[in-house]
Design a protein around this ligand. Structure first.
Ligand code: AHM
Ligand code: MG
Length: 335
């Protein structure tokens, strides 16, 4: 059988699910940008791309050179095509306006250009996460886009995905009808469909959390992780394995491959922040993908995709992965 490239997959989606041509174009452009980022990441020290800048992003985090470069690659790739009304990114304080010399389109693109960037310098997998929303004004006359246009719950996403830059570069994508995985064929320069129907097993014996924060967790998480650690003699009556890559893309990718539970709970270090991860460009796209693969995602009290955002860079607690465990830890929050 001939290989199905991303382009072919998208054209077939237009035929079978009426995926609009401009959305198809958008995904292709994002995929092209991810190839360019993958290329830069793979150069490492040879490309002079490792290390930090002297700048901080809006979250007060020191930016890595590759954070900034990846952000520029995504902006440049996406600003001229006429498919977007605006963009927003972890690395920019405010919404990015499409320059006046280009036409505007119907979609909004929100991204974390290089997630897990603390891992770049140690040569561990990182990735790009993206979410696609419709511009509330469907005529494309969004004018100067304010933050409000982006503040839509995750259920409004029309597409989401991530690229993982690991031993292989892969693109995982959902258009709302399942999750597909494409592997970059570097010789041909194209993403090829290699993982057709990705499903997260409902049960699991593997969890991911940064245990060093344990003393700051709230009671339901203390109880739940305590039970996981108690193993087969504890109330859950099975032994659990633990992994923590500190790169959400890599942790989520493992969960999509073999199941598991990912947790980044809120904690008492910074009580005003409900967690570390960002809703719009980390939790929402990942939750959409996980749900489309049969898993679940909550903030402990509600489905992440139902949260009405109030600001572009808002944070959220995250519990996502295999359904049974997400439901258990969510129930502990409700008790
Ligand atoms: P980043 O967007 O600044 O890279 O931060 C997000 C990352 C996630 O990829 C990862 O799950 C988490 O931060 C790791 O946090 P910690 O260093 O607290 O373990
Ligand atoms: Mg990130």
């Amino acid at each position: 059988m001939s290989r199905v490239t991303l382009s072919r997959y998208l054209i077939e989606q237009t035929r079978s699910h009426n995926t609009p041509a401009d959305l198809r174009f958008l995904i292709e452009v994002v995929a092209r940008a991810c190839k360019a980022i993958s290329h830069q990441v793979s150069k490492g020290a040879l490309g002079g791309v490792l290390g930090s800048m002297e700048t901080e992003n809006v979250q007060g985090e020191v930016q890595k050179k590759l954070d900034v470069l990846s952000n520029e690659i995504l902006l440049e790739a996406n600003e001229w095509g006429g498919h977007l009304a605006g963009m927003a990114s972890e690395e920019m304080d405010n919404a990015y306006q499409i320059p006046g010399r280009y036409p505007k389109g119907a979609y909004l693109l929100v991204f974390d250009p290089l997630d897990g960037s603390s891992n770049i310098d140690v040569n561990v997998s990182v990735g790009t996460i993206f979410s696609v929303l419709r511009c509330p004004d469907r005529n494309g006359e969004c004018g100067d886009l304010g933050e409000e246009a982006f503040l839509q719950p995750g259920t409004e996403q029309v597409a989401a995905g991530y690229a993982i830059y690991g031993p292989q570069t892969m693109l995982l994508l959902t258009l709302g009808n399942g999750v597909k995985g494409f592997t970059l064929d570097r010789e041909l320069g194209s993403f090829v469909l290699t993982h057709d129907d990705i499903r997260v097993p409902e049960t699991t014996q593997e969890f991911a959390i940064n245990m060093s924060n344990q003393r700051h967790w709230e009671a339901p998480v203390q109880r739940y992780v305590g039970e996981l650690l108690a193993g087969e003699t504890g109330p859950l009556e099975k032994n659990y394995n633990m992994r923590w890559i500190a790169s959400m893309v890599a942790d989520v990718h493992r969960i999509l491959t073999r199941g598991g539970l990912f947790m980044y709970p809120r904690d008492s270090r910074e009580p005003e922040k409900p967690g570390k991860l960002r809703l719009m460009y980390e939790a929402n796209p990942m939750s959409f993908i996980i749900e489309q693969a049969g898993g679940a995602a909550t903030n402990g009290s509600q489905r992440i995709l139902d949260i009405q955002p109030t600001s572009l860079h808002q944070r959220v607690a995250v519990f996502l992965g295999s359904k049974e465990e997400v439901e258990r830890v969510t129930a502990y929050h409700q008790e």
